[in-house]
Design a protein around this ligand. Structure first.
Ligand code: PSU
Ligand code: MN
Length: 304
């Protein structure tokens, strides 16, 4: 079999020289944001990370090969091709083995990033426990993977389409660390505050780096989630949010949307039903998280 995993020359060099690297998922690009904004945001995220002195490593499967670090052509392909699959950890083998292309989720991105020694990852919102999980058993593989892979994951909480308190309970069970950045309130993705309080608050990238170092020194497996809220003036109007969510969940139920389609369906419903307001919030979330992740990656190198 040909090599299953390739690093871009830039990422390979950075890892060799100890230059900070930030992993990025590609499902946000292929399935999370509408075209053509998705490509624009993907490029802007990479630029944001570079401006902080770190190297972006967007991860995807391109024609049977896992690529860590995409050139612009590959980024365009992920953003525009209709056959790009949503690939979780369990799908990686099939997509690579059968020579297909796919975009990686939080779970599969963390899995690959850890294999190549990248420790910091930026995304929008984690997957988690779905609201009907009691009946559907729908819980994202993001949770399971975060319990084993040693990443710092910067996100704005879990997607607000999920059962947030249940997801936080699961993260606790799985020994995944959760710290609020500048807050004790767990963010609500499109909303600044999910209404759930968390135990730990940090205020600097150095503190995050120190916590991750301590976890590693103590042999604690798994990830540290850095929950980074949108400022209140950038959040989606909470009334609009709650109404849209209720409608979207109802429509998903009525249309029989299930499994891995649920998340893309609801995100797309939000973008259309809020006339772009949720898209604006989502874009802001991703850019701000990339910026913070780059600062954390730089801080981690400093005391390495
Ligand atoms: N957060 C976003 N947009 C997304 C996702 C998260 O802002 O598109 C994606 C991530 O890739 C996450 C996935 O891992 O949704 C979770 O999907 P599921 O609920 O099917 O596990
Ligand atoms: Mn699911």
């Amino acid at each position: 079999m040909k090599e299953a995993l390739t690093l871009s020359p830039e990422v390979e060099q950075a890892l060799r020289d100890g230059v900070p690297v930030v992993a990025l998922e590609s499902t946000i690009v292929s399935h999370g944001l509408p075209r053509p904004e998705n490509l624009r945001v993907a490029r802007e995220v990479e630029r944001t990370i570079r401006e902080r002195g770190a190297v972006p490593a967007t991860i995807a499967v391109i024609r049977g090969r896992v690529a860590v670090g995409l050139d612009d052509e590959a980024l365009e392909f992920i953003a525009q091709d209709d056959d790009v699959l949503k690939v979780s950890v369990r799908d990686l083998g099939s997509v690579v083995g059968l020579g297909l292309s796919g975009a990686t989720t939080v779970a599969s991105t963390s899995h690959i990033a850890a294999r190549v020694g990248i420790r910091v990852f930026a995304t929008g919102g984690l997957g988690g426990v779905h609201r009907e999980a009691r009946d559907t058993w729908d819980e994202s593989a993001d949770l399971d993977t975060l319990s084993v892979e040693p990443m710092v994951v910067v996100c704005s909480g879990v997607k607000s389409i999920l059962d947030v308190p249940a997801t936080l309970e699961r993260l606790e069970t799985l020994n995944v660390g959760v710290v609020g950045f500048g807050t004790h309130q767990f963010p609500g993705f499109y909303l600044t505050d999910s209404g759930v309080r968390i135990d730990w608050r940090v205020d600097t990238a150095d503190e995050v780096a120190a916590i991750m170092d301590a976890r590693t020194a103590l042999g604690i497996r798994g990830s540290l989630v850095v929950a980074h809220p949108l400022p209140e003036d950038a959040q989606l109007d909470p009334v609009l949010h709650d109404r849209t969510l209720e409608e979207g969940l109802e429509l998903a139920r009525a249309s029989g949307v299930r499994g891995k389609e649920v998340t893309p369906f609801l995100l797309d419903y939000f973008h259309r039903a809020t006339a772009g307001a949720s898209l604006e919030a989502n874009t802001e979330i991703i850019l701000r998280n990339a910026d913070l992740a780059a600062q954390i990656a730089v801080a981690s190198r400093r005391d390495a």
